[in-house]
Write a protein that binds this ligand. Structure first.
Ligand SMILES: Cc1cc2nc3c(=O)[nH]c(=O)nc-3n(C[C@H](O)[C@H](O)[C@H](O)COP(=O)(O)O)c2cc1C
Length: 135
């Protein structure tokens, strides 16, 4: 059984390249081993992450992520069974929304992960990931 989980969180401290790189390195190794794919969007002071994979693996990972001190206010936006993955090419893609801001605002003027419901945030992540090279 494959599920999709989407959450938003606020960064604890500045989102430096070092912090992001260490998160991604952990993610790419662990996720590949666990059959997890997804995307991590890094916005100004927040993270929006989609995790896809076997239900127990996604649950276990979310348990770790939710208590990670590198972020706070972790809020679950979506958890659902899915037929197929949207991010099958990525063990964990990274999208820096600061590089994309004008485009995000144009295409998704409502995009604010803390006030939006899950589906528009997920749609925004999918649309942005389509423009990224595979990792
Ligand atoms: C925003 C954010 C996203 C993360 N995403 C992942 C991920 O996709 N996969 C992963 O293995 N760890 C991810 N981590 C790191 C986990 O929280 C945790 O540090 C990692 O699973 C190692 O856990 P452990 O030290 O208990 O073994 C993320 C952390 C943060 C702050």
């Amino acid at each position: 059984m494959i599920v999709r989980l989407l959450y938003v969180s606020r960064s604890n401290g500045p989102q430096t390249t070092t912090v992001t790189r260490s998160i991604l390195e952990q993610a790419q190794i662990h996720n590949a081993a666990q059959g997890i794919t997804g995307v991590l969007c890094q916005g100004q002071g927040f993270f929006l992450q989609v995790l896809e994979g076997p239900r127990s693996a996604v649950n276990a990972l979310y348990g770790h992520i939710a208590v990670d001190m590198r972020h706070k206010d972790v809020e679950l936006l979506m958890f659902e069974d899915i037929e197929e993955r949207r991010f099958s090419r990525w063990s964990m893609a990274l999208i820096k929304l600061s590089d994309q801001d004008p485009m995000v605002k144009l295409q998704h003027p409502e995009f604010d992960p803390y006030s939006a419901s899950g589906p528009p945030s997920h749609a925004a992540a999918v649309a942005l990931a389509r423009q990224q090279p595979a990792h």
